[in-house]
Write a protein that binds this ligand. Structure first.
Ligand code: TYD
Ligand code: MG
Length: 449
């Protein structure tokens, strides 16, 4: 007696302690501990001999992929959905996860049966949405259920080809004492559904809401349990949505799928570069174009900058779609290397279309856009600018120059400013584009402006 019969598990990160605390020592969230009763496992001493199988006797079933007929989703999954796999689709609430997966029900081969379980919306609500999305699949079965055992039982007995669980946070197991949505419930439900998927061969999609900290509630604990983790991202104010593979046991994690949210659901964007450059003004000041890499795919983006005299004592530096600290660093390079007096100017940098970039290969393009706005000189709209900037004013090499150059050629650009170190590969990639190699920022900006 006197022993602990319960433990406390953090709702956010899954950290376990024996006594309640107000603040989680791991993720520093306040009031995030749920009490869970410990169930002591019975030791019955049964040992079963395992019979290992030789590698060449294992049937190759990895080729058994189900094609969703949504090119962008199929690509992100690595060429279709693998039978018996568990795929987690995470994203902010309202970003379009339910919409995407309900659309899948329509596009998949009608021979495949789909079971859609919603713990969030009533059947009538799903019906309204399905009508709007023009989903009319006769092989689609819907259920409004939060009981994990009932859902698993249905999948085990009926063995649908695909099951969609919307969302994992609403699933509730009676075997546990903790409340729905707690880390323990989510972990248990995921583990149970994983077993069901492997046993029946049903591919299961789990929808998971991301908490404000940017992790799926009970975050990393889910990622290692599932086969594939996809994140659905996008700015709510923009209609652009990006589906990104963060982990994939059956394919590359570099792929992204691009969609646009419209009145009738999500539409695939097959040519994102063209769509992103569609509203561009030719030869305007403070604007230039560069091919950035999203996964393995090059996407042409427009970088815009605005530099104007500051009205207050402190100049403002604001950026959307690119790291603010990086922009501050680039502004400092312009001051030091080119002697621009930007210290009494406000500077704004924006990536058009709500796209976010993290790679350093766009440094030179950002510098060019800022310099263009500062000096009131426009940049030729037929030029793309590629290169990483160094603090001493040098232009450094970037990766995958050939893909970037090919994309520029495909979209009809005529000139490309590239780092000197990438010159050979750039020339080899295209015979239409004029390649302008540069090794330092000062020279580069002289050529561009
Ligand atoms: P939803 O799929 O419910 O998001 P999630 O499941 O990720 O929480 O998407 C909801 C948003 O999508 C909502 O703000 C409205 C918008 N939407 C459209 O713009 N067009 C549509 O055809 C649909 C179905 C939704
Ligand atoms: Mg939803």
């Amino acid at each position: 007696m006197g022993k602990n019969k319960s433990k406390f598990v953090c709702r956010e990160c899954g950290y376990e302690i024996v006594k309640w605390m107000g603040k989680c020592p791991s993720c520093l969230t306040f009031d995030s501990f749920d009490e869970e009763l410990l169930v002591v496992a019975k030791k019955n001493g049964i040992v079963i001999t395992i019979v290992p199988t030789s590698l060449n006797k294992i049937e190759e079933n990895s080729k058994e992929r189900m094609i969703m007929n949504l090119t962008e989703l199929d690509r992100v999954l690595g060429g279709g959905l693998v039978k018996g796999s568990l795929v987690l689709v995470g994203g902010d609430p309202g970003i379009g996860k339910s919409t995407l997966l309900l659309q899948v029900c329509q596009t998949v081969d009608s021979k495949l049966s789909v079971f859609y379980v919603s713990g969030e919306e009533s059947l009538a609500q799903i019906g309204i949405r399905a009508k709007r999305l023009k989903v009319e699949s006769s092989s689609l079965l819907l259920a409004n259920e939060t009981n994990l055992e009932s859902v698993c039982l249905h999948i085990e007995t009926n063995k649908p080809s695909i099951a969609i669980i919307d969302s994992i946070q609403t699933m509730y197991s009676e075997e546990l004492t903790s409340v729905p949505g707690s880390a323990n419930q989510i972990r248990h439900a995921t583990m149970r559904l994983m077993q069901v998927a492997k046993k029946t061969g049903t591919a299961i999609f789990l929808i998971g809401h991301v908490t404000k900290e940017g992790s799926i509630a009970g975050p990393k604990i889910l990622e290692h349990m599932v086969d594939t983790v996809l994140y659905f991202e996008g700015d709510k104010n923009s209609s652009f949505r990006i589906l990104r593979a963060v982990k994939n046991r059956f394919g590359s994690t570099n792929e992204i799928g691009i969609f646009e949210m419209g009145d009738c659901g999500l539409i695939e964007v097959a040519n994102p570069s063209k769509r992103l450059l569609s509203g561009r003004n030719n030869n305007s000041m403070g604007s230039c174009v560069m091919p950035t890499l999203e996964g393995t795919r090059p996407i042409m983006i427009e970088i815009q900058a605005l530099v104007c005299a500051t009205a207050f004592g402190m100049p403002r530096r604001m950026s959307t779609g690119v790291d603010n600290k990086r922009v501050t660093m680039l502004l400092a390079i312009l001051e030091k290397v080119l002697g621009y007096k930007i210290y009494n100017c406000d500077a704004y940098v924006n990536i058009a279309g709500g796209i976010k970039i993290t790679e350093t290969a766009c440094d030179l393009a950002i510098l060019a856009a800022i310099a263009s706005s500062f000096t009131n000189q426009s940049i030729n709209h037929q030029v793309v600018i590629i290169g990483e900037a160094g603090l001493t004013g040098e232009v450094r090499a970037v990766s995958y120059i050939n893909k970037r150059i090919k994309e520029a050629e495909r979209l009809g650009f005529t000139k490309a400013v590239v780092p000197l170190a990438n010159e050979k590969d750039a020339i080899a990639a295209s015979n239409k584009l004029t390649i302008i190699p540069v090794d330092n920022i000062k020279k580069a900006l002289k050529m561009i402006l």
